[in-house]
Design a binder for this molecule. Structure first.
Ligand code: BGC
Length: 718
């Protein structure tokens, strides 16, 4: 349908029909369905009449294709104007084939990896009948106490922007309407949801507008520029007003400044929650606030459905605002081709072969290869040799809980555990499986004996999936003490310990690192976990991940992130030991592992770095560097380019990532990489929110982490 036909359709809709289009329901509200649907928030009685359900615009999180088909068929029979439903769901890092969690995708530092994850997720989800995914989540995160850091690609605006945009491209492809293997993407959570005070879920967000524009907004913007069709509001307040009724945020910033014209959906129950925030007295004020702020679709509460009619009839809100919202819904349905084929993904060929196929599993395995971060490898204890006797010890030695906390449709039964992948491959493999929280003396002794009998211990420790994700904040980012005790006891029995860490967030891992010769951080690797880890530990694949989020020394160091601002009293190598410095008395200022860090089994040498010492304002700075693999095995390295504005009108961060490239090199091979830093890379926000590039001295850093860098001075002249 073209714009005029959609306008005609809108013109035929009654007020009730319009309002129903602005409501999203879970499938449990639809008659005759067997399933429960996806429940990711509180459920309440919604008091819906049959006609409301018949006219509803969209469905959230259906798990059965049969039910979805039945719901759509029933709907098409009863909906007066034949407006199809759109099915939306949380396909966050895979549908049935589960990929590493987004924080791990961040560590891949690879747009190709992020986009492949999204492409395969879309392939599977559309074969199951879904149309829209509530992904990517591009919230900047700096506080690992917050459980949802697992769902973000990390702490850096540049990295989040590039990977968020890559995911949008992977989900949506080039022709959403015709290509039935693609999903529409919904960017979330708008905005700044990743900055709750104290890392406590659903808590207050308060930051300057400058900080918001400088660091938090870019990734949403990049995802929208990549063409994302939808945006979801966040639960938090910003500038004192809940995002879901924040006019400045949604109308001024999102619609006007970022030019977004797609559907804005509330998060689960977020419209009604503005009452709890204390910015609306009742559901009527909540509905009015959300509509005025530009929300088009309300998820799982009834404020719009029960109040919009009266609000329009009394003239408190204009019907024109509803028309705009409904038109956006109709356009989305048209863009998905649903008017032409309401059974997109539900009828025609079954495409069941697209789900959990060997090919998809192979992509998931590759993505897991690219996402694991080697944190330590003393004396090259890794890779393991097949003639060694190994002992797999710990809660994750034989566990399929490797998918992560944001998996709605994937199943643990399809996941490859460490035991599955390692058994029978070495000269001997003993497995001691333990609990996560309570490890008895007997089990500890069993572990010690297994360790003594082995050449190398592979200690498999970490979190359960449910310990990170939504509503999973921690006051202390430690594993259960029993796991540290296990590490200590095992290391005493045999110091050749390789720790494989499964985690949804950066953790306090001092005690693990101290008791291990090698540490591989695999996050939650997904369905192919065991196989991918096997490839990495045996050297079949060389680790190449780089941390997308700083690992602090301890909880008390939070928030800690590499692109922090400077202080008037910095601690330096020269003044260490003095008192009146910005420092802790009990721990260093440096994190345990910095952003961008990750080791390899080979060595890379950077040389022939070329950076001009002077450029004019607005000119592009060209940077060149030669990378050579000087080791004995092939591998990939991420070359990172950071920038610092040494003196500016506002204090600028110590370093900011502005460019990166991941290159794969055979032993001995070398290549020259070029980077271009543009005017935008040098520009920043002033207190009045204007964006400037200033003349003066800058520093360019080139290296393989945020710390392992070589620096060059560049003068920007008028
Ligand atoms: C989460 C969203 C999610 C929605 C729908 C909410 O609780 O915050 O990220 O998309 O539920 O399941």
């Amino acid at each position: 349908m073209d714009k005029n036909q959609l306008e005609d359709l809108l013109g035929k809709m009654t007020l009730d029909e319009k309002i129903s289009q602005m409501m999203q329901l879970s499938p449990i509200f639809f008659k005759g369905t067997e399933m429960q649907g996806e429940i990711t928030g509180p459920m309440e009685e919604l008091n819906l009449t049959e006609s409301i359900i018949q006219n509803a615009g969209s469905v959230l999180g259906s798990s059965s294709k049969k039910d979805m088909l039945q719901i759509q068929e029933e709907h098409m029979k009863t909906n007066r104007l034949g407006i199809p439903l759109v099915f939306m769901a949380d396909i966050i890092h895979g549908h049935k084939t589960i990929f590493p969690i987004p924080l791990a995708l961040g560590a891949s530092f690879s747009e190709e990896v992020a986009s492949e994850m999204a492409r395969v997720s879309a392939l599977e989800a559309t074969a199951s009948g879904h149309h829209v995914t509530f992904s990517p989540m591009v919230d900047l995160v700096r506080d690992p106490r917050w459980g949802r850091v697992m769902e973000s690609t990390g702490e850096d605006p540049h990295l989040n922007s590039r990977l968020g945009a890559a995911m949008v491209r992977g989900y949506q492809g080039g022709n959403l309407q015709e290509d039935y293997t693609r999903l529409a993407a919904c960017v979330k959570h708008f905005a700044a949801y990743g900055a709750p005070q104290g890392g406590r879920e659903y808590h207050t967000v308060d930051m300057s507008k400058r900080e918001f524009y400088q660091n938090y907004l870019p990734a949403y913007q990049a995802a929208l520029e990549a063409g994302a069709k939808m945006v979801m509001t966040s639960f938090n307040i910003l500038e004192g007003v809940p995002a879901t009724m924040n006019k400045w945020l949604n109308r001024d910033v999102l619609r006007q400044e970022l030019g977004f014209s797609g559907v804005l959906i509330s998060d689960w129950g977020a419209v009604k929650e503005v009452i709890n925030h204390g910015t609306a007295a009742d559901t009527k004020e909540a509905a009015k606030g959300a509509l005025l702020a530009g929300v088009d679709l309300e998820m799982m509460t009834e404020c719009f459905i029960t109040n919009l009619k009266e609000l329009v009839e009394t003239g408190e809100v204009s019907e024109g605002l509803l028309d705009e919202a409904v038109m956006r819904m109709l356009v989305l349905k048209e863009e998905l081709g649903l008017f032409k084929d309401p059974y997109r993904g539900l009828k025609r060929d079954s495409r069941s072969g697209d789900i959990l196929s060997d090919e998809n599993r192979q992509v998931a395995r590759n993505v897991a290869h690219e996402s694991a971060v080697l944190l330590k490898n003393n004396a090259n204890i890794l890779p393991l040799a097949f003639n060694q006797k190994i002992a797999l010890i710990g809660p994750l030695a034989d566990s399929q809980d490797v998918l992560g906390g944001w998996v709605v449709y994937g199943e643990q039964k399809d996941a490859v555990s460490m035991a599955d992948a390692f058994s029978g491959k070495f000269s001997a493999t003993e497995i001691v499986s333990t609990d996560y929280e309570q490890i008895s003396e007997n089990v500890l002794q069993e572990a010690e004996t297994a360790a003594k009998n082995a050449d190398v211990v592979v200690l498999c420790v970490g979190e359960k999936s449910e310990w990170s994700g939504e509503a999973a904040s921690l006051a202390t980012i430690r594993l259960p003490e029993a796991q540290y005790e296990l590490a200590k006891r095992v290391a005493k029995a045999n110091s050749a310990v390789v720790t494989v860490l499964f985690n949804g967030r950066p953790l306090d891992i001092h005690d693990l690192v101290d008791h291990s010769e090698a540490v591989l951080d695999v996050f939650f690797p997904g369905t192919e976990a065991g196989n991918a880890i096997f490839d990495l530990l045996t050297g079949e694949v060389n680790p190449s991940g780089k941390l997308s989020m700083t690992i602090p020394q301890t909880t008390g160091q939070i928030p800690i992130f590499y692109n922090e601002l400077r202080t008037g009293r910095p601690k330096t190598a020269q003044n260490a030991g003095e008192k009146y410095l910005s420092q802790y008395l009990d721990i260093p200022n440096e994190p345990l592992f910095p952003f961008g860090f990750g080791l390899s089994y080979t060595n890379f040498v950077l040389s022939e770095m070329e950076v001009a010492d002077e450029i004019a304002l607005a000119d592009t700075l060209h940077v060149k560097v030669t990378v050579q693999n000087t080791g004995e095995c092939a591998g990939s390295e991420v070359i990172q380019v950071y920038l610092q504005d040494i003196t500016a009108s506002v204090s600028r961060p110590l370093k900011e990532l502005k460019a990166f490239q991941k290159v794969r090199l055979e032993p001995g091979e070398k290549t020259t990489l070029s980077f271009a830093l543009t005017k935008e890379d040098f520009s920043f926000y002033l207190p009045d929110l204007t964006v400037v590039q200033e003349a003066g001295l800058h520093r360019v850093f080139i290296g393989t982490s945020s710390v392992d860098v070589k620096s060059f001075e560049v003068r920007v002249v008028r």
